[in-house]
Design a protein around this ligand. Structure first.
Ligand SMILES: Cc1ncc(COP(=O)(O)O)c(C=O)c1O
Length: 451
């Protein structure tokens, strides 16, 4: 053992092979470049950046004096509000006693993975943190394959095959993670898929962790439906305030457990972990969340406005990339795009680019485009995928975000995109320059003639 760090010794079990989350690392790198005065178009970080709604900000201010530890499950009044909110907006059974409030849904997913037995079935691609979290708790991950040709659609047949394969290898695939709207693809499940999947999960006795943090950020193409409508007895639904209300830094997430005895038992396990780790979610934030989960008309309208803007900006970027001939599945929700560049495999190889990480570095260095390689989401590196987030461009500062929200109420979508999105349009031009350079390089190269 290396003596370099003694007297500290690291635990190899969970940490080996892990690095800080790729999304946070790219964000820090871009911020560092900005500080050094280097310009970068930030498509690397999925942070919803609209201003805090004034009523919610006011509630936080008024509750600053709330300094007591609240129950590990969360304040009772808040859980009542959350239950009504989910019953009304998501159409799922939700009981206040079967809900826990935590410091972000990320911590709740971690607690669930720690509490529940069984290997984790993860769709390809999946949000960056599920796999490392499983690794940290010593849980095996089985990837469910999908492909760029099918727009990375999760198919029931692929889930069935991956579960069978895991069992044939003496595994114990007990948990399936679903995420819709999806990070990184923006895709959402159809009702048909959910119905069929529910039947299969019930037959096979599979538990489902359903990450629905983007559930209210739907673009209007597909209606968000929770798996808990079709498989209430086996699904734990995760959500929070980070996305539709841009409150990621406030750290408030929720988990809704099945309305039965099993649900109560799983909640008891997660509550135990909560009580032994973070104790309870920050009290003033919970009181402010009473407004966020209340049925306040203004807050609801604001959620609708932010969703409209996410959809407008993301679909705009999707249309522009598609027009350049880049293959990218059309998103149904959230604020992400997941293009692949396999079409230009040869010209890229001539530049020494064989993997998505090399591609992301090249775009950052040569075209000032900060993106994330798809492999951190579990896509094969040679599939040459990138995850782009539309949420940051032209909202780099609080002032710009306020300008966009104000303008959205005055001008139409087209004007908003052409006149209030200089960085988005410039980033699109950079992609065009990149594609043009690949197209030029695709043409047969003139042979050098030596006398
Ligand atoms: C798919 C997905 N799940 C969960 C989270 C974590 O959200 P929270 O802020 O509630 O921890 C994120 C945040 O990026 C996400 O993209």
């Amino acid at each position: 053992m290396s003596r370099r760090y003694l007297p500290f010794r690291f635990s190899p079990a969970g940490l080996r092979g892990l690095e800080p989350s790729a999304t946070l690392v790219i964000n820090e790198r871009v911020n560092e470049m900005w500080r050094e005065g280097k310009w970068v178009y930030h498509l690397g970080f999925g942070e919803s950046r609209f201003p805090v709604h004034p009523k919610i900000a006011e509630a936080l201010r008024k509750n600053a004096y709330q300094h007591q530890y609240l129950p590990s499950l969360g304040a009772r009044e808040l859980r009542e509000k959350i239950a009504s909110f989910y019953e009304e907006r998501f159409n799922i059974p939700a009981m206040p006693d079967h809900i826990i409030v935590g410091p972000g849904s990320k911590a709740l997913i971690y607690a669930l993975l720690l509490a529940l037995d069984g290997e984790l079935m993860l769709p390809t691609p999946s949000w960056v943190s599920y796999q490392p979290q499983a690794h940290l708790v010593g849980k095996r991950v089985n990837w469910i394959p999908a492909s760029a040709e099918d727009g990375w659609e999760l198919k029931l047949s692929a889930i069935m095959e991956a579960v069978d394969e895991a069992r044939e290898a003496w595994g114990n695939p007990g948990l399936v993670l679903l995420n819709s709207p999806n990070n990184p693809t923006g895709r959402m499940f159809s009702m048909g898929f959910l119905e069929e999947f529910a039947q299969y999960a019930r037959e096979q006795g599979l538990a489902v962790l359903s990450d629905e943090i983007y559930g209210l950020v739907e673009h209007g193409r597909v209606k968000h439906r929770s798996i808990a409508r079709y498989y209430p007895e086996g699904s734990v639904v995760l959500g929070g305030l980070s996305k539709h209300l841009s409150l990621g830094g406030w750290r408030l997430g929720v988990a809704i457990f099945p309305p039965n005895r099993a649900g109560a038992e799983v909640l008891r396990a997660v509550r135990t972990i909560a009580s032994e780790t973070w104790s309870a979610t920050t009290a003033p934030v919970q009181y402010a969340a009473l407004i966020a989960y209340g049925m306040d008309e203004d807050v609801w309208e604001y959620i609708q406005l932010c969703t409209y803007l996410h959809a407008l900006r993301t679909q705009y970027l999707w249309r522009a990339l598609t027009a350049m001939g880049i293959r990218v599945p059309q998103p149904d929700g959230a604020f992400y795009l997941f293009p692949d560049f396999q079409r230009w495999r040869e010209p890229l190889a001539r530049q020494g680019i064989h993997t998505d990480t090399q591609l992301a570095m090249y775009l950052l260095d040569e075209f000032k485009l900060a993106t994330l390689p798809g492999s951190v989401f579990g896509a094969p590196p040679e599939a040459l995928t990138l995850r782009l987030s539309s949420s940051y461009l032209d909202m780099e500062t609080a002032k710009q975000s306020r300008t966009i929200v104000a303008a959205a109420q005055e001008v139409d979508g087209e004007t908003l995109m052409s006149e209030f999105h200089p960085h988005m349009n410039a980033a699109i031009e950079q992609f065009q320059r990149f594609v043009d350079s690949l197209e030029r390089d695709k043409a047969p190269q003139p042979q050098a003639v030596y006398a």
